[in-house]
Design a protein around this ligand. Structure first.
Ligand code: SAM
Length: 283
């Protein structure tokens, strides 16, 4: 099995007449050390079915295949999706049989799109940066078999996903991701491992599935409180949640019933607090 280096990536791109687009976040890893590191940090093994979002030219896919039971690669770009089985056949030997390629938008993936006997246990991906947070949240929501993940995202997004309440960068992505998973940063990645070189650095993020908070409110109801609290993040919760609750007084009543000080701001609350507030909305 051989990994893709800078020359092979460029040759493949030339063969496909590929012009990497920003819109699809097409920055391909050209460094074998980086994809090996991602697989190592992901701690996946032969019992895992991995869903990889955006396999691109196959750098990470080739590093994953010998290590896991199956890779389900979801790629939106028709040319890249069509090329991937060929690249893998010529590089991965018998491991190529472990690959399933699905040509679709990761934001629309449902379990019905995946082989029924191979529901994913782990997400491992160098994510398209403009949709990285929605992709992570969508997959954690629709794929209940997903137990953990290791994703590469823009460095600032890694910080935000892993931020704890009380930090300046704690916000909607941090609070929503915490509904599904324990999230932590798992190391920086410099921009020179990509072609083309992006103008931002990257970071690895590890996600380990957790039970959501125990609450009588639905996930949608809790997320509505999160969205309202951060839509006006500099306001106190009493003011920020006024239209969600009906009025400032109703917001204050819900907050007090939930045991939350109405003069706090959203960035000071954990997902359990948002769940209690959602539960106490007067109907
Ligand atoms: N995994 C490859 C690598 O590390 O070299 C490519 C990663 S590149 C950052 C992101 C990939 O995601 C591209 O191949 C792009 O075409 C694909 N992509 C972008 N948006 C997507 C979406 N909504 N669903 C699935 N794939 C997407």
């Amino acid at each position: 099995m051989s990994l893709l280096g800078p020359v092979e990536i460029r040759n493949l791109a030339k063969k496909l007449d590929l012009r990497p687009t920003k819109r699809l976040g097409q920055n391909f890893v050209i460094d074998g050390g980086t994809v090996r590191r991602i697989v190592r940090v992901a701690e996946v093994g032969q019992e895992d079915t991995v869903i990889e979002i955006g396999p691109g030219l196959g750098s990470l896919t080739l590093a994953l295949l010998p290590e896991v039971r199956r890779v389900i690669a979801v790629e939106i770009d028709p040319i890249l999706a069509a090329q991937l089985p060929e690249t893998v056949a010529s590089h991965a030997g018998p491991d190529a049989e472990r690959l399933t390629v699905i040509h679709t938008d990761a934001l629309r993936v449902t379990p019905a799109d995946l082989p029924s006997e191979a529901q994913p246990t782990a997400l491992v991906a160098n994510l398209p940066y403009n949709v990285s947070v929605p992709v992570v949240l969508h997959l954690l929501e629709v794929l209940p078999t997903l137990q953990r993940g290791l994703v590469m995202v823009q460095s600032e997004v890694a910080d935000r996903l892993a931020a704890a309440p009380g930090s300046k960068i704690y916000g909607v992505p941090s609070a929503k991701a915490a509904w599904y998973a324990d999230v932590r940063r798992a190391g920086p990645v410099g921009r020179t491992v990509f072609w083309p070189i992006p103008n931002v650095d990257s970071g690895l993020v590890s996600l380990v599935r957790r039970e959501p908070p125990v609450t009588s409110a639905s996930r949608e109801e809790v997320f509505a409180v999160v969205d309202a609290a951060f839509a006006q993040r500099r306001k106190t919760l009493r003011a920020a949640l006024a239209s969600w609750a009906g009025s400032p007084a109703q917001a204050e009543a819900a907050l007090r019933k939930a045991g939350v000080d109405p003069t706090l701001r959203g960035e000071q609350l954990g997902i359990e607090d948002f769940a209690r507030i959602a539960e106490n909305r007067a109907v």
